[in-house]
Design a protein around this ligand. Structure first.
Ligand code: LCS
Length: 393
């Protein structure tokens, strides 16, 4: 079905679906590593690109392609490139858009391993990076070098819930001939479309909101143009960062309820954030939907909702935070985010533990910071859980 001019929810359900000879309502799992050619000429035509079709699952696969086409349409992009994980997307992007002597500017508080991969590994191959608070545009301008190739931003960032102005970044990137890459994991295409705001490449850890059920790890890249698609896709294929058909099936199943899940989770999150903000044991809270968030106005402009991620600091620092995490009963003490279940975690000792101490502080990841991913349970139960846990602190 052509869903190009249809609404977001119609696209969620129908975009990218294959014409199935048996009328299957869902895209089947093509659990096959390889695809036979009709004859030698057909095989040669597929390899040379004269004909479209499937050769080998690391290169492409019908189930994976259906998901890629679905997400590409949700992000208003040229094409999707599904990957083994969010980090599979990050490494494919770094590898295809950077080379020896190149420089990258990135959000200081990006997901820890996105930073670690650059600082500990790409640095070994002569790639440089500067990590700054990208919510301050002058920090970006001051970091531009003649060899800067990528501006890599995460907004809102993990775990500091700091926003970066995508449109303004696109302007800076265009002026200097830099490629703008946006990690849209915290929003999903339901809340934010970076390509529409001037980004060249957007990607997701689909492990999070897009799949939404905490049962699969995966990633996806969507490019604005054919040119970027053709730069990144062959590299992903050669690196072997591909998704597998079963993963793709699960993600395709999960994404269908994206709007419903996000609407419910962010409605709960708004109530929880307002409740936490007035709680005497909370020092501060960062949630884009609160007027107290320093970028509340940008959030209203750039996002279509405020999402369900927040971070806060309890009075009493690390010890108090530990007590809270050991006292919750409904929320799971676990990393990851964006699922139907509420998750709580401690970034300084968990997701961002790989960042050296001083850099962690510079990025705003304090020892007492607690991150909450609000799920779709009943909000009164979520609040009661936090209330009893905070009583123990
Ligand atoms: N980008 C963001 C913003 C993320 O939060 C994550 C994972 C990734 C990329 C990498 O994706 P993955 O390879 O795990 O699919 N974030 C995690 C987190 O906050 N806790 O556990 C994983």
């Amino acid at each position: 079905m052509d869903t190009k001019n249809k609404g977001f929810n119609t696209k969620l359900i129908h975009a990218g679906n294959l014409e199935d000879p048996f009328g299957s309502a869902t895209v089947p799992i093509y659990q096959s590593s390889t695809f036979s050619f009709r004859n030698a000429q057909h095989g040669a035509n597929l390899f040379s690109g004269k004909e479209n079709g499937f050769i080998y699952t690391r290169i492409s696969n019908p189930t994976i392609k259906a998901l890629e086409d679905n997400i590409a349409e949700l992000e208003n992009g040229y094409g999707g490139i599904a990957t083994s994980s969010g980090m599979g997307a990050v490494s494919s992007i770094y590898m295809s858009l950077l080379e020896k002597g190149a420089h990258m500017i990135s959000t200081a508080s990006v997901y820890g391993p996105s930073r670690g991969l650059m600082e500990n590994h790409f640095s070994r191959f002569g790639v440089e990076a500067t990590f700054v608070d990208t919510s301050v545009l002058d920090n970006i301008r001051a970091s531009v070098q003649p060899n800067t190739k990528i501006l890599f931003i995460e907004t809102p960032s993990n775990p500091t819930i700091q926003l970066t102005d995508i449109k303004a970044c696109s302007k800076i990137a265009t002026e200097h001939g830099i490629t703008l890459v946006v990690d849209n994991t915290f929003c999903s295409p339901y809340l934010q479309n970076p390509l529409d705001l001037g980004a060249d490449v957007v990607f997701h850890s689909v492990t999070k909101f897009i799949n939404g059920h905490a049962d699969i790890v995966g990633g996806i890249i969507v490019t604005k143009t054919r040119e970027f698609y053709q730069k990144i896709r062959p590299l992903m294929v050669t690196l072997g960062n591909n998704m597998d058909p079963h993963q793709a099936f699960m993600v395709h199943r999960g994404v269908k309820t994206l709007s419903l899940r996000i609407e419910k989770a962010q409605e709960n999150a708004m109530k929880i954030a307002a409740w936490l903000e007035q709680h005497p044991k909370i020092k501060w809270i960062k949630y884009p939907g609160l007027a107290s968030h320093p970028q509340h106005e940008l959030a209203k402009k750039q996002m279509r909702g405020f999402g369900s991620m927040m971070s806060f600091e309890i009075k009493g620092g690390l010890k108090a935070g530990e007590k809270l995490m050991n006292s919750v009963k409904l929320a799971l003490l676990a990393v990851s985010l964006g699922g139907v279940e509420t998750l709580i975690q401690h970034p300084a000792s968990m997701t961002h533990s790989g960042i050296p101490g001083e850099e962690k502080l510079k990025a705003g990841i304090t020892d007492g910071l607690v991150r909450l991913s609000v799920g779709i349970e009943n909000v009164e139960d979520q609040i009661a859980d936090l209330e009893q846990a905070l009583r123990n602190v």
